[in-house]
Design a protein around this ligand. Structure first.
Ligand SMILES: [Zn+2]
Length: 261
């Protein structure tokens, strides 16, 4: 069976360097970032990827465009912003690991990652079909809708076990973060077990994130430069009406003035 190729939903496209610069100088909301990170115990490490997928990067960073650059030497979030304005990254992350003063890992924030490419789509097929067409990063509006339903349903599933849960629109799909104190100290074995059980329930999560092998997660309020959307936390009640193609909450200002439909 021949599956359709992707175009990203309209208005979802790579951000230019100028747009990234506009975002990180004018729009990157440090008080909100600060607020988000208050849940985190210990000093936060940030990370930036300048141009791995987009191949869009400042010329001076040609050599490092595909590298994950860890930012742990900073005094304030303003300084972190300065790095971003200099790097103009396509993606910004933070490290979910908790470290003690000797930089030893003492715990990790528990998170779940739901991406639209993992959704089996009636038009575009399974992830394997998408990979065969080298479209593992593509997605469509239907997949966006289906992944949102999964996020809501996973949130409700997790509510039985945890009490401090947040949903984040990641620019593509959704992340669910758990801030219950006991979730930080779960063993790797226990995390794998949680991931396995959630998968058995039919949720198309990325196990690497939940098990902890992938410690970086997209920073809320940063710019997802592959789709030109702002990563935003959403309340459960906000999720139902949320539409990442048109929603003002996730449209960077450099797009907000333009029609996207
Ligand atoms: Zn599709």
């Amino acid at each position: 069976m021949r599956m359709a190729r992707y175009n990203l939903p309209r208005g979802m496209r790579y951000s230019t360097l100028q747009e990234r610069k506009h975002f990180y100088t004018q729009e990157f909301n440090l008080p909100k970032v600060q607020q988000w990170l208050e849940q985190h115990r210990g000093k936060v490490k940030f990370a930036a990827v300048i141009g791995r997928h987009t191949k869009i990067y400042p010329e001076k960073y040609r050599e490092d465009a595909g590298t994950t650059i860890i930012i742990d030497d900073y005094k304030s979030l303003s300084e972190v912003r300065k790095y971003m304005v200099d790097f103009l990254p396509e993606a910004t992350y933070y490290d979910r690991n908790i470290y003690d003063s000797h930089d030893r890992k003492t715990g990790q924030e528990l998170a779940f990652d739901l991406d639209p490419e993992n959704i089996t789509c009636p038009i575009h097929g399974t992830l394997a079909d998408k990979m065969r067409r080298h479209q593992g990063l593509g997605f469509c509006k239907l997949e966006l809708e289906l992944v949102k339903e999964q996020a809501l349903s996973l949130y409700e599933h997790l509510e039985a076990q945890f009490s401090s849960i947040k949903i984040v629109y990641s620019g593509r799909g959704y992340h669910i973060h758990v801030f219950d104190p006991e979730a930080y100290t779960l063993s790797t074995r226990k995390r794998r077990e949680i991931a396995r059980k959630v998968k058995e329930k039919g949720f198309k999560i990325d196990e690497w994130v939940t098990a902890g092998d992938m410690r970086l997660i997209r920073l809320p309020y940063s710019l997802h430069g592959l789709v030109s959307r702002v990563v935003v936390p959403l309340g459960k009640e906000e999720l139902e009406s949320f539409d990442p193609v048109h929603d003002k909450r996730c449209l960077p200002k450099f797009l907000a003035g333009r029609a996207t439909s």
